[in-house]
Each structure stands twice: as C-alpha cells, then as structure tokens.
Design a protein around this ligand. Structure first.
Ligand code: C2E
Ligand code: CA
Ligand code: CA
Length: 230
C-alpha cells in the first residue's frame, strides 16, 4: 500500500510503502502482526528485499510518467544489523535505474538506540549511497541528540502520539513546536504523521510544520487508487 505524503501546498511529494499480507483465508494481515514474526525467522531479509525492489521500480515508473515522488520504505532494526542491506539497496537502485535521491529509508528512533554506535556506522554507509534518511516515530525513542550530531539525517517524522489531539493539548503543541524549531536550526526537514483532522493540520501549520501524512489527507492506497489520485 502507498500512503501519500503532502506538502503544505496540498500537493503530493512522496509516499510511504506500507506492506500487508494478503492471506487466502484470513484476508489482509497487518504488518504489526507478521513483521515481528518475520524478524524472528529471518524472513525479514526477503521481505525487505521485496519492498526495496518494488518501491525502487515503482518510484522510477512514476518518475518516467512525469510524477516526481520520493518513495519511502520502513527498515526494521534486524535489517540494519546485516551487511546485505547495503548490496540490497545498491542492487535495487541499479536494476530499477532509480537515482538514490528518490529513495528514502525510515528508521525508528528505537532502532537507532538499540545499538547506537553500530547503527550510526551502518547508516553512514547507507547514506554514502545517496539515499535519504528519515527518523520515524521521533520523540518516542528516548531521543538521543547524539546521532543527530553524528549522522546526516534528512527528515524527522513527528510521532503520531504528539499529533493526535495537538489542537486541544497544549503540551503536545509545545513538543511538536520545539521539534520543528530544532529541526529548522539543524537544517533537517520535518513531517507530521497520523494527521487525522483539519484541526490537527491547522495546529501543525501554525507551528510551521510543512509536510504531512495521515488519514485527513489520505489513507494508505492500493496502486490503482494511488494512480487515480495522481
Ligand atoms: P509506521 O512506520 O509508524 O507507519 C505508520 C502506520 O500508521 C501505518 O500502519 C499507517 O497505515 C498508519 N497510519 C497512517 N495514517 C494514519 C492516521 O492518520 N491515523 C492512524 N491512527 N494511523 C495512521 P501500518 O500500515 O499498519 O503499519 C504499521 C507498522 O508496520 C509501520 O509503522 C511500520 O513500522 C511497520 N511496517 C509497515 N510496512 C513495513 C515494511 O515494509 N517493512 C518493515 N520492516 N516494517 C513495516
Ligand atoms: Ca514509517
Ligand atoms: Ca511512524
């Protein structure tokens, strides 16, 4: 599934790929259910490769059709522990002929913190390929500012716990506002995830957030639906 990401001008600038398992008996299974199992069984590497390959190919296809979009994929901590991620990314870019600047990796903050020094090292090598790096669920993972200092992070993704009800809860507004100001100072982009209402969007806009993702804009879409939206 492809969930569009929006600029404040209400135009789509990219998408996040969100995997689902279409099971013949059980229907659509959430990644929250099967990704943790795949991580324990090593199948996460094949799934991860499938996602990187498909997103690279689809992003290139859209580019060729005149739609300049950044394709984002989620990487789990286990994928980051394995050397093969470097060649998987390189191969996907090579095979699809996609320029690295159109591919973004979303890594959660807790993944970063799990093995901080090793993760920083690995992510620096991945960054050398030229892809973009986004810190997912920002603000929930015992935020260490150390990695922001040691790593070329392109985007912070404000976690939806701070977005949900931001129009009503002053503390949430202050936290989001602070993240946005810090990111501006550091020349890092910011996106808010889980924006569900107009009021939340408005509050974020007044905090000078300029990128958004969430049900208020669009839910995750099938390829057909996404094509219609474009
Ligand atoms: P995430 O990366 O934090 O993705 C955002 C989740 O929030 C997605 O759930 C998305 O469908 C949902 N969402 C989007 N907008 C809204 C909103 O306005 N309100 C609410 N309440 N939810 C919203 P989803 O698709 O079930 O994915 C859950 C998690 O599974 C993701 O969290 C991500 O960590 C993981 N995941 C998804 N696809 C992949 C993948 O290809 N590889 C790996 N390793 N993990 C994946
Ligand atoms: Ca994500
Ligand atoms: Ca997230």
């Amino acid at each position: 599934y492809y969930q569009p990401k929006y600029k404040s001008t209400n135009s789509i600038y990219g998408f996040e790929a969100l995997i689902r398992w279409v099971h013949p008996q059980r229907g659509i299974i959430s990644p929250l259910e099967f990704i943790p199992i795949a991580e324990r069984s090593d199948q996460i590497y094949d799934i991860g490769k499938f996602v990187i390959d498909n997103v690279s190919r689809q992003t290139k296809k859209w580019l060729d059709e005149g739609y300049e979009l950044i394709g984002s994929i989620n990487l789990s901590s286990k994928q980051l522990e394995h050397e093969s991620i470097i060649s998987d990314i390189k191969n996907a870019l090579h095979n699809s002929k996609l320029e690295p600047k159109y591919l973004e990796l979303e890594i959660t903050e807790s993944t970063m913190m799990k093995n901080e020094q090793k993760s920083i090292e690995m992510l620096n090598r991945i960054k050398d390929i030229g892809v973009l790096l986004s810190i997912d669920d920002f603000g929930t993972g015992y935020s260490s500012f150390n990695y922001l200092n040691e790593m070329p992070v392109d985007t912070l993704k404000i976690d939806k716990t701070f977005v949900s009800g931001i129009d009503k809860e002053d503390e949430k507004y202050k936290i989001a506002d602070t993240i946005i100001n810090m990111a501006n100072e550091l020349d890092i982009a910011v996106i808010a995830e889980g924006v569900e209402t107009y009021e939340e969007f408005e509050a974020l806009e007044s905090a000078k957030c300029n990128k958004y993702q969430g049900y208020y804009f669009s839910k995750p879409l099938t390829l057909n639906e996404f094509n219609k939206l474009l």
